[in-house]
Design a protein around this ligand. Structure first.
Ligand code: MN
Length: 250
């Protein structure tokens, strides 16, 4: 049986003619999970306990999207560039993350998902890189007309980190679509990779069976650059191992 990988969607506004809000997810997340041998399941954001949702899953992906409410990481002042805050999504994803970590469920955080992972464990974020961080790298490559599937900056991989195990490399070329990033790494998480300007691009949890956050979007890159399927393959291998262990215990 394929491991079931839950993926959180975005919550987006409706249109003038159809005002109801929507739960949306770019199909490439689903395609990457399927290509890596998992069974993707999109998770409807909802109030209430998340244990019944986590009970369905062998692994979890926190997807990309707009910003987390800054008060979630202790910032009372909100930078004017902060956009798209949705309290239902924040609450759902933060609860899923805490629950997944409590259970030892394999977890991959992508872009916003990397930030959710950090905030869920008590870390903080830079609210706006262009305004609050000295860099000459454009971390929003769409501003430079670089295609989504192509890299725009390097990532130096921390030796001995889960990121090095996953990619089998000490330097990666990644895409970049973020105006925020991790400021202080949460207790329990460890640095896994940095951009050449020092921006934190990946974290992992050494004590966990398999927890990785990446600031780039491997799901946009894996067709053109197959090494970016590896985070999904490694997540699914970990999810499959966890499933077999729990079946053996039953
Ligand atoms: Mn970047």
């Amino acid at each position: 049986m394929k491991p079931i990988i839950g993926i959180t969607p975005s919550i987006t506004a409706g249109t003038d003619s159809r005002p109801g809000r929507r739960f949306t997810l770019p199909a490439n997340y689903v395609e990457a999970v399927a290509a890596a041998g998992g069974l993707p399941l999109i998770l409807a954001p909802q109030d209430g306990p998340v244990d019944p949702v986590l009970d369905l899953l062998d692994g979890l992906i926190l997807s990309g999207g707009p910003d987390i409410r800054p008060s979630r990481y202790g910032d009372q002042e909100v930078h004017p560039s902060v956009y798209g805050v949705d309290d239902l999504r924040d609450a759902f994803e933060l609860a899923l993350t805490a629950g997944a970590i409590r259970r030892g469920l394999p977890l991959l955080g992508i872009c916003r998902g990397c930030q959710v992972l950090n905030v869920a464990l008590g870390g903080t974020l830079i609210q706006d890189i262009p305004d609050q961080y000295d860099t000459d790298i454009g971390h929003r490559q769409s501003d430079q007309q670089i295609p989504d599937a192509e890299p725009s900056h390097d990532v130096a991989v921390e030796p001995g980190s889960l990121l090095e195990t996953v990619y089998g490399a000490t330097r990666l070329q990644t895409n970049s679509f973020h105006h925020q990033a991790i400021r202080d790494i949460a207790p329990g998480l460890r640095l896994a990779g940095r951009a050449p300007d020092g921006i934190i691009e990946a974290v992992w949890q050494p004590e966990a069976p398999w927890v990785l956050g990446v600031q780039w979007h491997p799901e946009m890159m894996f067709l053109a650059h197959p090494e970016h399927l590896r985070p999904f393959q490694a997540l699914i291998a970990a999810a499959s191992g966890a499933r077999q262990a729990s079946a053996a215990a039953d």
